[in-house]
Design a protein around this ligand. Structure first.
Ligand code: GMT
Length: 378
């Protein structure tokens, strides 16, 4: 199959999933064309099965806002025509589903009919897409997709609650390449980050307010009052300086390491003992799954789809959004006793196996095949 994938090329989960999906499909012999404004961070190797088409938006002084959707839909038209693409898969509704719909209309004028699958990832529904300025366009482009998927049941429910959706939404959960995350912890060099007797707590995100990064510092502060520990923060974003200041004010700045963005998160998780994810909203929580796959238990909020991934008392614990005392209590409970920590580590890895890339990618393939068949029979 020749498939065009539209995504954000950044460190965000939607871009990671889109890229890993494309690579997995190409390994199965499909021809994949990534269309976005920069080469996706996880796309290291281009091969004859994997292509990248850059969307450029020429600057023009008249435009206060540069029209990315226009450039993207034109690029889609050109790539579909030049490479005989059979299906579009757009990740993140805004503005990808809208641009995809426009491309379909333009292609139809040239007698080319092509189906579009839209995958909803989270903030395109719960945070941004729900804004009245965007809502009609998001509703329209979801309803006019040929198939729609969401990464969790919770996100599907939110989509149906927040928008007037007439389309079926298929839940296909996010996935993980378990082999990449299976390094035994005794093979990870912890000594660069902590002393032997210290626990390592980790948080990975885009450090936006929706992740409640301030709670990460608050929870860690309570943990380190009870047991020796270090905190590693991976990622970059608008709350980073606030976090540093908070850590400084609490007198724990020397115990908190900000590593910035990294495409080697698996190496950092390998040396971690606990993962914190206290988000306000989280449709799935791919970073929590990455932690679990690395045998790292998760203490998270119970927002959105997190309870579908992190199981209470098995892979870690979930507390109400903002309940930093509860999260700290649960974190200490896991970290205090080595036997208990080992048990949680094992259980976290076992649960992550439900989301193995090998079992989830075929679900997308089956959906593509059904969508193409229905589309052709119309
Ligand atoms: O979390 C973010 O702000 C990034 C965002 C994205 O689009 O990359 O993440 C969303 O999609 C991920 C992949 O499906 C999910 O794992 C995240 O839970 C979801 N984020 C939110 O819902 C806040």
């Amino acid at each position: 199959m020749k498939i065009a994938i539209v995504c954000y090329p950044t460190f965000g989960g939607s871009g990671v999933i889109a890229t890993e999906l494309g690579i997995a499909l190409s390994n199965l012999g499909h021809e994949i064309h990534f269309i976005t404004y920069k080469q996706p961070v996880k796309l290291e190797l281009l091969s004859h099965h994997v292509h990248f088409h850059e969307v450029s938006v020429p600057q023009y002084p008249l435009f206060h806002y540069q029209p990315y959707e226009l450039a993207l839909s034109s690029k889609l038209v050109n790539v579909v025509k030049a490479h005989g693409i059979e299906l579009l898969h757009v990740h993140y509704a805004i503005p990808h589903a809208y641009a995809g719909y426009m491309a379909k209309q333009m292609l139809a004028e040239s007698g080319i009919q092509i189906p579009m699958v839209t995958t909803l990832h989270g903030t395109d529904i719960t945070l941004v897409g729900n804004h009245p300025f965007y809502k009609p366009a998001v509703t329209f482009s979801i309803n006019n997709s040929d198939a729609v998927t969401s990464v969790s049941h919770s996100l599907k429910d939110d989509t149906l609650k927040l928008f007037s959706i007439v389309k079926d939404i298929h839940v296909i959960p996010n996935f993980i390449d378990l082999d990449k995350y299976n390094k035994p912890s005794d093979q990870c060099d912890r000594s660069s980050m902590a002393l032997d007797h210290e626990r390592i707590v980790t948080h990975v995100s885009n450090l936006r307010p929706v992740k409640r990064p301030g709670d990460v510092i608050e929870v860690f502060d309570r943990i380190q009052q009870e047991l020796p520990a270090k905190l590693i923060i991976v990622g970059d974003g608008p709350e980073k300086e606030v976090m540093k200041q908070r850590a400084f004010n609490l007198g724990i700045r020397d115990r908190v390491f900000f590593l910035g963005n990294s495409d080697e998160v698996h190496k950092i998780l390998c040396l971690s003992d606990l993962f914190l994810l206290p988000s306000e909203k989280e449709s799935f929580g791919l970073s929590a799954l990455e932690a679990m796959a690395s045998s790292v238990p998760v203490v998270s909020s119970d927002a959105g789809g997190l309870s579908e991934v992190n199981k209470q008392g098995v892979s870690g614990y979930l507390d109400a959004v903002g309940d930093v005392a509860g999260m700290a209590h649960h974190a200490i409970d896991i970290l205090r006793d080595q036997h208990r920590l080992d048990q949680f580590k094992k259980q976290a890895r076992n649960l992550a196996q439900e989301y193995d890339i090998q079992s989830v990618v075929p679900k997308y393939l089956a959906l593509y095949q059904d969508t193409l068949r229905d589309f052709k029979s119309r």
